[in-house]
Structures are given as C-alpha cells and as structure tokens.
Ligand binder design. Structure first.
Ligand code: FMN
Length: 380
C-alpha cells in the first residue's frame, strides 16, 4: 500500500492533508477534533495581536449550487469573514494546550499584522514560544482590513511582502510559509519576493487564498448577497469552482520555484474535496494540500476519504510515495507556439506514414527495403 507520509521543511506529517486556515481551525476544540480524525496538520484560523478591532457580521457566507432542485451540489462559497475575533492571549493558551495533547502533530499558526516591524516580531516570538511548529503568513485575505493595509493589501505589493517576510524570518526559528493572494496578475512575483534571499527567505509558499467576488444579486429584493441589513461588500470565493484557478497558480509558482528556489515547498489550496483533487495539486508540485471549505461541507471525517482516494490513485499508478510523483506533470506545460509546432510535426509524421514513407530508422524492413527506398525519392 502507498505511503502517504510527507516530510516538508523538516515537519513530519502522517499524510499531506492539512486543515486550511478558517473556521475548521478556529479554536482548540475543533483543532483537536481534526487531529483525532487523522488530519496531517492543522493551520489555525488567522490571528493578530489585537482582536478587539475584528468585528464580524452575520450572515457572512453565500453559496453557489448547481444541479436539479432535489440534488444540488455546492460548487462555490463566498465569505466576508474576517480573521479570528478571539483574544491573542486565549490563542496562546490554546496553542500550548493543543501541543501538550498532541506533541507529535503539526500545528501551524496563521498570523497577520499591520505594516509594523515590532508587531510582526512580537506575534512571531509569542507564538513560537507557545510551541507551534510553523507559521503561515496571511498576505492574502481579500476583504476586510485593507484600510489597515493587512492581508491581500500587503500581499499584492512584492516589495512590502519581501520586507515583512524578512522581519519574520529574522526572529522565526521554525518554518515559514507565505500564503499568496490570487487577486493579482502574476502570482510568481510576490512568491519570488517571499522566498528571495535578498529579504524574504521563507521556506515555502501556500496558494491560494480566496478570489475576490460578488456571489450574486437576489432578483426579488434586488440586493446583492450575502445581505447584511440590505447591503454587502465583495468577499472571498472558494470551493470546487476555484480549483482550476488554484491549480494554475500552484503550477506557475512551482515551475518558477523549480528553476529559482529548488527545495522550497508549495502547499496547494483551493476546492479540494477528494483524494483525486489532491493528487492533481501534488502532480503540479505541492507537498501538502489544504482543505477549508470542503471541511465546512463534509466535516472532519472526510480526511479518511481523502486518504483512501489518494492511496487508490497511487496504487493504480504504482507510486509508493508522494515524492515519487510530486511535480511530475509540470513537464507537460509549454507555450501555445510550441503546441502549434508539435501539432504540425505530428501531422507531417502522420502524412508521411500514410504514404508509407519511412520517418524513423527503426522502421526499415529487410523485405520491403527497395520499396521503402523508392518511396523516399522526391524527383521521380
Ligand atoms: C469562511 C472562510 C474563512 C476563511 N478564513 C481564513 C483565514 O482566517 N485565514 C486564511 O489565511 N484563509 C482563510 N480562508 C481561506 C482558506 O484558507 C482557503 O485559502 C480558501 O478558502 C480556498 O480553499 P478551499 O476551497 O479549500 O476553501 C477562509 C475561507 C473561508 C471559506
């Protein structure tokens, strides 16, 4: 049977499935539930030093469903949720409790702060003192707090990102992943800034956070959704529908990193609900695969289905370990011009073969040698 365990940036995970930052990792209670259900690691809900500035609204989700009325599938999920509204000191206590109960499991703190060196240094030092195993830097929350230049507002500016990653990495003694925003044209640019030796210096990147969206407008009330007192604000889109975009962005980062930062890690996120979905992120270079909305739809027990699906895929291909196929499919991406050239070459070879022309030396036959020679003559 396939071995699903992974070692990434020195962290040992029993399987590559990681709870993505959000409601499924929002307090010690649910984090422990995730470990009990076998998740490879948990990234807690994003925290900051001062939770008093975080004020959530309700409702704050909207869903897109497809299919017949009686059997609808959720394909898209919008949220206008902010980072954790729980006090920082409570989180520190809970990190300690979780690590005490699960010393061998990987607990990752997701952190976000304003553009102030002291704040980033403090949050890093206090979380690592509490015993977390790694950091994910949230440079990607698309809604809320842009007025404080937090989240995506920071992640869209490679120079600021480089500087902040530098602050974090000078004090962090544990691995650091920078979580990328998809709300940018070239995701490789912030990824390069986060990883670069001239500043950044992160061990890895995580991609993607949610995509800025407007879920829709209610045609009865004429109000956009999710509606809070009749009004709304654009939010973050996740779930199945974002997977193709996430795969593209993971591919772009992984391809760049293979060239410029070999050995650095990618954590893939976006619309994963099955082991087969996860296999595709791994084929494009991810070492771990995060799930957030999927857990909100299917529950923590889905980890078993994810592991079974990934394991069945690996068995069907004879892959014994994740490392054996990680990044395998990156080699099949090329330019459109190259596709045209390849197609023209294939068609020419087909035409020649149809005329019985030898195009490869291995095709020469002793019995048809003279006939084959004659077919290759152009001026008869
Ligand atoms: C309700 C909700 C809250 C989220 N909160 C956070 C957060 O606090 N920090 C963060 O980095 N990402 C947050 N995310 C983004 C997810 O971690 C993930 O990047 C995104 O949803 C795509 O993955 P998915 O399709 O598996 O959900 C949140 C997503 C949802 C749906």
């Amino acid at each position: 049977m396939a071995d699903l365990s992974v070692v990434v940036d020195g962290l040992r995970l029993p399987n590559p499935f990681v709870i993505g930052s959000g409601p499924p990792g929002t307090n010690a209670n649910v984090i422990c539930k995730a470990f009990d259900e076998g998740w490879g690691a948990v990234i807690a809900k994003t925290i900051s030093l001062d939770a008093s500035k975080v004020i959530n609204v309700a409702p704050r989700y909207a869903r897109m469903r497809v299919g017949p009325k009686t059997d609808q599938t959720i394909v898209g999920w919008q949220n206008i949720e902010l980072i954790s509204d729980r006090p920082f000191d409570t989180w520190i206590e809970e990190f300690k409790q979780v690590k005490q109960k699960y010393p061998d499991r990987v607990l990752i703190a997701s952190i976000m702060e304003e553009y102030k060196k002291d704040a980033w240094v403090e949050i890093v030092e206090r979380c690592q003192d509490a015993g977390v195993d790694a950091f994910e830097l949230n440079f990607s929350c698309p809604h809320g707090l842009p007025e404080r230049k937090m989240g995506a507002a920071m992640g869209q500016d490679p120079e600021i990102l480089r500087e902040v990653c530098g602050w974090v990495n000078t004090v962090s003694k544990i691995p650091v992943w920078a979580k990328m925003t998809p709300n940018i044209t070239h995701i490789e640019e912030p990824a390069r800034a986060a990883l670069g030796s001239a500043g950044g210096g992160c061990e890895g990147i995580a991609a993607i956070n949610t995509i800025l969206c407007v879920m829709g407008v209610d045609l009865k009330t004429l109000r956009p959704e999710p509606t809070v007192e009749g009004y709304t604000t654009p939010g973050g889109y996740s779930c199945k529908a974002v997977r193709p975009i996430a795969l593209r962005m993971v591919m772009e980062c992984a391809r760049m990193m293979k060239q410029e930062f070999p050995g650095r890690s990618v954590s893939g996120i976006g619309g994963v609900e099955t082991g087969e979905d996860a296999a595709q992120f791994i084929l494009l270079g991810a070492s771990t695969v995060q799930v957030c909305t999927g857990v909100m739809i299917h529950g923590y027990a889905m980890c078993k289905t994810l592991c079974d699906g990934l394991s069945a895929f690996m068995d069907s291909k004879g892959f014994k370990s994740i490392e054996e196929f990680r990044g395998h499919s990156l080699q099949y991406f090329t330019t459109h011009a190259d596709l045209v050239q390849r197609q023209a070459a294939a068609k020419a070879a087909e035409r020649n073969a149809a005329k019985g022309m030898v195009t490869k030396d291995a095709a020469w036959s002793g019995d048809k040698f003279v006939e084959q020679s004659s077919k290759l003559v152009s001026n008869d």
